[in-house]
Design a protein around this ligand. Sequence first.
Ligand code: NAD
Length: 329
Amino acid sequence: MKKILITGGAGFVGHHCVEHFLKNTDWKVVVLDSLNYAGNLNRITDSEYFDAKRVGFIWHDLCSPISKTTRDMIGDLDYMIHFAAESHVDKSLEDSIPFVKSNVLGTANLMEYLKNFQPHCRTVVFSTDEVFGPAPQGVYYKEDDRFKPSNPYSAAKAGEEMIAYSFAHAFGLPVFVVRSMNIIGERQHPEKFLPKVIRSIIDDKKITLHGLGEADLSSRCWIHARNVADGIVFLLDKGQSGEFYHIVGEERSVLEIANWVSQAVRGKNLDESRIEWLDYHKARPGHDKRYALSGQKMAAMGWEPPVNLEESVKKTVDWTLKNPVWLNL
Ligand SMILES: NC(=O)c1ccc[n+]([C@@H]2O[C@H](COP(=O)([O-])OP(=O)(O)OC[C@H]3O[C@@H](n4cnc5c(N)ncnc54)[C@H](O)[C@@H]3O)[C@@H](O)[C@H]2O)c1
């Protein structure tokens, strides 16, 4: 039976990957996580596919090297997906140090472990469109475009990527970098956009959108975590050492997403009086108006997201309405 290690598997994106492997393979899944404020093991056990015989959990903070005891607990690996990271932009603007520690030093500790003990483990290092900084209208960054991270979170992710690339290049490790964009899905931390909008609509509260009105909206590319997991499985087979890949969803403004949520909860679009516009530069220095990635490379390799965005948003909202405990963490 094959074995995969998922770092950050108790986090939002990581737990969807854990679920994907439990559902679609017979592999053993080992989760390594330090359980910071965003990590929650209930995400894993809450899944209908959870099987205690196939899932192992190891508490470890990647800011420290992986010890012999931890190595023995992990055992031999076929695959690894590295999600563990400090992930919240606002928190990185308050204090960058935990971001540099977890994302850069943490990745270096993981690469040292691979180099010395698991040199054949095919490994995905998971990163973000934010490493490129803001994208002007019409620009979709390609895999080898130049970095211009504009906040400490994305700068630390750029550092993480470069550490991973250097180990692939210098030691021939089968490590490659996968970037994606705003990810949505079930059991997301309530600090993130989609759960916040769902909560506000249920509570009849105003919704804060970044922009100065409909003509000047913040826009993002969005994708469901299950689509991300599907793309990663594709790449675990086809990805090449030292390469970069983009798993890309659909570009939509924050207003379109909020309207879809409102349709799913209330059966109608948002009332204008319920929207509060915020100048994103003044309100959130270090936040960019638009991010965008090109998905041409993966499309040419034969991959596209299995489920479209509008349906993904609707499914996520419907599920969250039935499982409101996940809005109250
Ligand atoms: N959520 C998104 O929209 C998105 C988009 C693109 C890329 N990403 C990347 O995907 C990954 C996962 O994002 P997420 O939204 O699930 O984040 P998250 O904050 O929900 O989960 C991160 C997990 O990593 C763990 N972790 C943090 N520091 C650690 C450390 N030092 N050692 C061990 N574990 C540690 C946390 O406990 C948590 O369980 C991150 O690398 C993030 O940069 C996320």
